[in-house]
Design a protein around this ligand. Structure first.
Ligand code: FES
Length: 119
């Protein structure tokens, strides 16, 4: 919502009046080519039932933007320079996506898909 990750299940749609909302369907822009995260999830087989996948992909997109903007997470080195892009290792990825639950346990492949996009 307005470029920030939000818990969509906790928001009333009417409260978003005037906000810019991006869903997994709108990530790729033109809708012709999948977003690079969507492609990586397909290539890594990073889902089982797929129920959590839209949220995982949207959260990953937001997480990449936040790290690039220098937003630290709970596992970011406190000595890291403030405001600089945060390097995303497996620990950073897991921490930053930890709010999205996957009942199928596809976490390892989700992390691999995100790593593919970072490389
Ligand atoms: S793929 Fe089934 S809940 Fe995540």
């Amino acid at each position: 919502m307005d470029g920030r990750r939000v818990n969509s299940c906790l928001l009333f749609a009417v409260a978003l009046d005037g906000c810019e909302v991006t869903t997994v369907e709108g990530l790729s822009g033109d809708g012709e080519q999948p977003h690079r995260l969507q492609q990586a999830f397909l290539e890594r087989d990073a889902f089982q039932c797929g129920y959590c996948t839209p949220g995982q992909i949207c959260s990953a997109a937001g997480m990449l933007a936040e790290a690039a903007a220098g937003h630290p997470s709970h596992v970011t080195d406190p000595a890291a320079p403030s405001g600089e892009p945060v390097p995303l290792d497996r620990g950073e990825i897991r921490e930053r996506l930890s709010g999205n639950l996957c009942r199928c346990g596809a976490y390892p492949r989700i992390a691999e898909a995100v790593e593919d996009v970072i490389r």
